[in-house]
Design a protein around this ligand. Structure first.
Ligand SMILES: C[S@@+](CC[C@H](N)C(=O)[O-])C[C@H]1O[C@@H](n2cnc3c(N)ncnc32)[C@H](O)[C@@H]1O
Ligand SMILES: [Zn+2]
Length: 270
């Protein structure tokens, strides 16, 4: 089953040789990297919405080096093996999306992000690793998802914004939502270097219409020995952009020892 719906008229989108199209002849061609652009210009509030290319490239470099592998593995452990239709919202350059598809052998996995540069990187990797149509990447906004009502068994949201009502609309009754957010200790040492006073992370409120089933914490040391990977971490971390060039240079030159702290929240749609 294909869960995609037309971002212009909401009719189902059917796969065709060039991409996807609806019964009202709205056609969305597949880009050469293999992704679909399902973000109509009306929904694009800036020329390049979402994370910037340089930020996504830094994220790719950092994630590929394996620093957040413990999170990827933990995610793989908590996902329900029976999920067949899965959305990873705010998928970025696809590091976790790919991990989700690998863990759920036969599922159809959609990776969506509003930043075209991220979706492009993600799709390129999926193509080279022959993930075929099991993994569909699309440029789309989490505030207006091009997906049919009650079409997803599982939605994952790793550090990305979304709208509760949209999540509620696309998830099947009894389906699952997994949200990953930063915990208290996450990069605390780095935050203390940047801010005079470190404010605690906001707790993620339970999204409306969902019930919290379980919350897990993932705490681990994070030591970065290579200067170029310290630079990548600073470039992919929005709160790090506010520091002075001087501080940035000294952080890149010192050994980086900190902690990662993630909270995984598992919810059921009621
Ligand atoms: C911190 S990144 C996390 C990316 C990925 N989940 C990961 O952990 O590697 C947040 C992502 O949310 C995306 N984003 C921001 N606003 C969005 C929106 N309205 N709809 C979809 N994605 C959005 C950004 O482009 C960015 O790729
Ligand atoms: Zn249409």
């Amino acid at each position: 089953m294909n869960a995609l719906s037309c971002p212009l008229c909401r009719l189902p989108l059917m796969l065709n040789s060039q991409g996807v199209g609806c019964g009202n002849r709205h056609q969305f061609d597949r880009a050469k990297e293999g992704y679909l652009n399902l973000l109509p210009v009306q929904q694009k509030h800036s020329r390049e919405p979402g994370d910037a290319k340089a930020q996504l490239q830094a994220r790719r470099q950092f994630l590929q080096a394996g620093f957040f592998l413990p999170l990827r593995q933990r995610l793989q452990q908590v996902l329900p093996a029976s999920a067949q239709q899965v959305l990873d919202i705010g998928c970025g350059e696809g590091y976790f999306t790919q991990g989700i598809a690998e863990a759920l052998g036969s599922a159809q996995v959609y990776g969506m992000d509003i930043a075209k540069a991220g979706v492009r990187l993600a799709a390129k990797t999926a193509k080279s690793e022959a993930m075929g149509t099991r993994l569909i990447y699309a440029v789309a906004s989490s505030f207006d998802l091009p997906l049919a009502d009650e079409s997803m068994d599982l939605v994952t949201r790793i550090y990305a914004p979304s709208k509760d009502a949209e999540l509620y609309r696309v998830i099947k009754s009894g389906g699952m939502l997994v949200i990953v957010s930063p915990g208290e200790q996450h990069l605390l040492g780095l935050r203390q270097r940047i801010y005079r006073e470190v404010r605690p992370h906001q707790l993620t409120p339970v999204p409306e219409g969902f019930r919290l089933i379980e919350q897990q914490s993932l705490l681990a040391d994070l030591t970065i020995a290579q200067p170029e990977l310290r630079a990548a971490l600073l470039d992919m971390t929005p709160f790090a952009w506010r520091m002075s060039a001087e501080l940035k240079a000294s952080l890149i030159n010192e050994l980086f020892v900190d902690r990662m702290d993630f909270t995984l929240s598992l919810y059921n749609k009621m």
